[in-house]
Design a protein around this ligand. Structure first.
Ligand code: B12
Ligand code: SF4
Ligand code: SF4
Length: 369
């Protein structure tokens, strides 16, 4: 049965599927320590469910196993040297071939360049569950991906889909970490797979590369400092000391994963859902900042980015433009200034404040000397 589940999963775009025991008691202390330190910031939903996150059988009574699945999202079009290209776009001053003409390169996290994974994974997991039911008859189950209070990394690691890296994400020697996780909690006692061994060793590249120092110790992430949290989850004004380190990352962040040596083995997505849309692999920041709310909603239909709304989108881009303005010269500097000035009277106080901050980043000749 498990072999067949794996084969069906592969047909549906999952590159690996395992069966996990759902006893996550060993993760409870870490979860509580994380919450007690306030590392979850404003993500109230992380605190609301308490230990239920580590107890899938309390969430869905009758659960004895989880079918854990991973789906790669690196767009199929990414060239062999994709990591070097991503790194070059993060550092446009020293790179060649990033941006064209007076373009101002913006970086959007790799996972968010195509269709919203929540919909893709949920639909595929549901298809898998239906197929299993057709084979074994009705059984109790619930499908999840990032959509319920379940510790997905702990669960997937328990089932052997990979090990938890020091950046806290799951990774695997044959697939790196650029994949999403999804689960089907089931009431069928299928034989559980053993956990995978860890292969971080003495490496700490992800910790050292993090622009905001968010990985405060191995396996401990202070979300309040993480650019992914600041640009996606956080609704307020981005703390000023963290604005400059954000650079041109305007939605999510991949630095800790780009630095990880295992991601040279990252697998390409097999589903067209993760193909790049709207040229989001190499966007011009000024163009993105010029989108009206209507354009934002239309262009990003079906994209995970749409969930943050136009106001936070402009907030993030204003920070990116301010950072670019600090070193920009000539036509690029003029474009950035004009774009920011055009939003100085934006109806949102949040946007206006970030725009003013951005305009103030330009170094005057006196400050440079
Ligand atoms: C909340 C959340 C975030 C938050 C917090 C991330 C985090 N590491 O906790 C923010 C917004 C920052 C975030 C960012 C990202 N996320 Co996220 N996120 C989640 C979510 C919803 C819950 C994670 C969670 O439970 N965190 C709570 C803490 C307690 O969990 P933990 O880190 O696993 O903690 C364990 C240990 O590290 C240790 N520990 C942690 N802190 C501490 C503190 C102390 C003092 C001690 C002693 C121990 C300890 O104990 C814990 C138990 O074992 C999951 C989906 C899910 N439902 O699980 C996706 C998920 C983890 N995210 C995902 C992704 C893709 C990302 C990003 C890569 C997106 C992007 N490119 O911008 C980044 C990566 C940032 C990073 N390095 O983690 C994927 C990861 C896939 C994978 N390969 O592992 C998931 C699984 C979603 C999915 N279904 O695919 N995310
Ligand atoms: S996603 Fe970026 S900011 Fe967050 S921990 Fe990784 S490198 Fe740091
Ligand atoms: S960069 Fe190094 S320490 Fe971090 S997850 Fe990858 S192998 Fe582990």
């Amino acid at each position: 049965m498990v072999e067949r589940i794996r084969a069906w999963g592969a047909e549906l775009g999952f590159d690996d599927i395992r069966i996990a025991d759902v006893d996550l008691r060993h993760a409870e202390a870490g979860l509580m320590a994380w919450l007690e330190k306030g590392f979850h910031g404003d993500m109230d939903y992380m605190a609301n469910h308490g230990l239920k996150r580590a107890r899938p059988a309390e969430l869905v009574p009758g659960t004895v196993r989880a079918i854990v699945a991973r789906m790669p999202y690196l767009p199929a079009s990414m060239p062999a040297d994709w990591r070097q290209r991503e790194l070059a776009r993060l550092d446009p001053d020293t790179s060649t071939g990033t941006g064209q003409g007076d373009d101002v390169p913006a970086v959007i996290s790799v996972y968010a360049r195509g269709r919203d994974y929540h919909k893709v994974l949920r639909a595929r997991l549901q298809q898998l569950a239906t197929r299993i039911a057709n084979e074994i008859g009705p059984f109790g189950y619930r499908v999840f991906t990032d959509s319920a209070p379940v510790m997905e990394v702990a669960l997937a690691s328990q089932g052997g889909l990979g090990w938890r890296g020091k950046h806290t994400l799951l990774l695997d020697r044959a697939a790196g970490s650029l994949f999403f996780l999804g689960e089907i909690l089931i009431d069928v006692p299928l034989p559980a797979d053993p956990p995978a061994s860890a292969h971080c060793g003495q490496c700490r590249r992800c910790i050292d590369v993090c622009p905001t120092g968010a990985i405060v110790a191995p396996y401990q992430l202070d979300a309040r400092r993480c650019i992914s949290y600041l640009t996606i989850e956080y609704k307020g004004a981005i703390p000023e000391p963290l604005r400059a380190p954000m650079g041109n990352r305007v939605y999510g962040c991949d630095d800790c994963q780009l630095a990880c040596p295992w991601n040279k083995f990252a697998q390409r997505a097999t589903l067209p859902d993760f193909d790049v849309r709207n040229k989001l692999d190499a966007p011009d920041m000024v163009t993105l900042f010029g989108w009206t709310e209507q354009e934002f909603n239309q262009r990003l239909e079906g994209s995970p980015i749409r969930r943050i709304g136009h106001e936070r989108w402009l907030r993030n881009l204003a920070v990116g433009l301010g950072n670019a303005l600090r070193d920009a010269q000539g036509p690029a500097a003029q474009r950035i200034r004009a774009a920011l000035q055009a939003r100085q009277a934006d109806p949102s106080p949040l946007v206006r404040e970030h725009v003013e901050w951005a305009l103030a980043q330009q170094r005057t000749p006196a400050a440079l000397s």
